[in-house]
Ligand binder design. Structure first.
Ligand code: AMP
Ligand code: GLY
Length: 421
């Protein structure tokens, strides 16, 4: 079969890498892809949100299945548009994607269906938000309602910082329309984990739990990023906790959506905060995480095409999903200065040398310039190692990182440390 993968990050490279292992797949296209996906598939120059051109491409090339990586096309309704044209596509529809597309929707939804989450209020008026912040005090969390590439959340340590965040988002319109409304919520102190789940809207199959590292610097310092590294499985998500996540979060989410007349098909991402063995939802996403995909997909034993087809055809319950009994660690190598200001176009060397040691290098912000591989984004590479035991796997991932070089490369040196502590 012929598959189109939509997106251009490390997650999409991981999806292509996994789909390519399927004997059922003849050819993969990626729109728009990156230098890494160009090695395994054919990149086509169509942006991920250019739905009309993507539909035209799928019809002309007789694409059998489209797999959508990022949230932006899902939130604007790529799945509805494809289905209306009779094209097979993997991901939630526009109504279901509101779980990620609107933090006001998702918080109100959680409240309505008793899904544990931080206490909050939503605001369309900056002054009211500021009054509320002054009343509640800090630490407190300010969130732009809409999509902001993982940067629309400010965890404010004091009231001034929270007030500035409200002004940036609502008055200076830093995130445009995405900040017309905001959520202000209670700060939760605990440890985070990510639980991705496959679902056809009826059956829910959680994947191996993982943990992202959002802040830019070691020790969880600095501004939040899209994610600086990940590992799986996350030991904090014990069997007992996973049972709680299933019963208190996943089932009520899928059942609650059903009551709203919404069927969720695809990958549901629950970003969790674990406080003294209790679990709360920090956010939902409606797709694989990035970098979580770069640690979870390499552990999946099944043919991903089989799972995707079963979800589309409402028969996920018939698929036995199996995982490698191994550990997986991904260290993100980013451009120096990310997530604020950084330069592009730096030549990258050493990927072949890392791959020769069985390291998987997923590319994110990469491109070719004069036949050379260069940096082209904030997060540049995801360097993944599989192994047995956390420390050994962490060491292997960092051995991979050390083989790779580009000017001003920045990476955290403590990815996975929480698994050991
Ligand atoms: P989100 O995009 O909603 O996942 O938020 C990004 C990051 O901000 C999360 O991964 C957390 O590290 C942090 N965060 C968000 N909400 C809260 C909260 N209520 N309490 C503490 N940290 C939070
Ligand atoms: N790793 C966080 C995300 O994918 O949103």
């Amino acid at each position: 079969m012929k598959i189109l993968v939509v997106g251009n990050g490390g997650r999409e490279h991981a999806l292509v890498w996994k789909l390519k292992q399927s004997e059922r797949v003849e050819k993969i296209y990626v729109a728009p892809g990156n230098a890494g996906t160009a090695d395994l598939a054919e990149n086509i120059e169509i942006e991920a949100t250019d739905i009309d051109r993507l539909i035209k491409f799928c019809k002309e090339e007789k694409i059998d299945l489209t797999v959508v990586g990022p949230e932006a096309p899902l939130v604007v309704g790529i799945v509805d548009a494809f289905e209306a044209e009779g094209l097979k596509v993997f991901g939630p529809n526009k109504a279901a994607a509101q779980l990620e597309g609107s933090k006001v929707f998702s918080k109100d939804f959680m409240k309505k269906y008793d899904i544990p989450t931080a206490k909050y209020e939503s605001f369309a008026d900056a002054k009211e938000a500021i009054d509320y912040i002054k009343k509640e005090g800090a630490p407190i969390v300010v969130k732009a309602e809409g999509l902001a590439a993982g940067k629309g959340v400010i965890v404010a340590q004091n009231v001034d910082e929270a007030v500035r965040a409200v002004e940036e988002i609502m008055v200076n319109e830093k995130f445009g329309e995405a900040g017309e409304r905001i959520v202000v919520e209670e700060f939760l102190a605990g440890e985070e984990a990510t639980v991705l789940a496959f679902t056809d809207g009826e059956t829910i199959v959680p994947m191996i739990p993982s943990q992202d590292h959002k802040p830019a610097y070691d020790g969880d310092k600095g501004p939040n990023t899209g994610g600086m590294g990940a590992y799986a499985p996350a030991p904090i998500a014990t069997e007992e906790l996973m049972a709680k996540v299933y019963e208190e979060i996943l089932v009520p989410t899928i059942e609650g959506l059903k009551k709203e007349g919404i069927t969720f098909k695809g990958v549901l991402y629950s970003g969790l905060m674990i406080v003294d063995g209790e679990v709360k939802v920090i956010e939902y996403n409606v797709r694989f995480g990035d970098p979580e995909a770069e640690v979870v997909l390499p552990l999946l034993k099944n043919d991903l095409v089989d799972i995707i087809e079963a979800i589309i055809e409402d028969r996920l319950e018939d698929v036995g999903i199996e995982w490698l009994n191994q550990t997986s660690v991904c260290v993100i190598m980013a451009s120096g200065g990310y997530p604020v200001a950084y330069e592009k176009g730096k030549e990258i060397s050493g990927i072949k040398e890392a791959e020769a040691e069985d390291i998987i290098v997923f590319q994110a912000g990469t491109d070719f310039k004069d036949d050379k591989l260069v940096t082209a984004g904030g997060r540049v590479l995801g360097v993944t190692a599989l192994g047995n035991g956390y420390q050994a796997t962490i060491d292997r991932a960092y051995e991979g990182v050390k083989k790779i070089d580009f000017a001003d490369a920045h990476y955290r040196t403590d990815i996975g440390a929480k698994a050991i502590k």
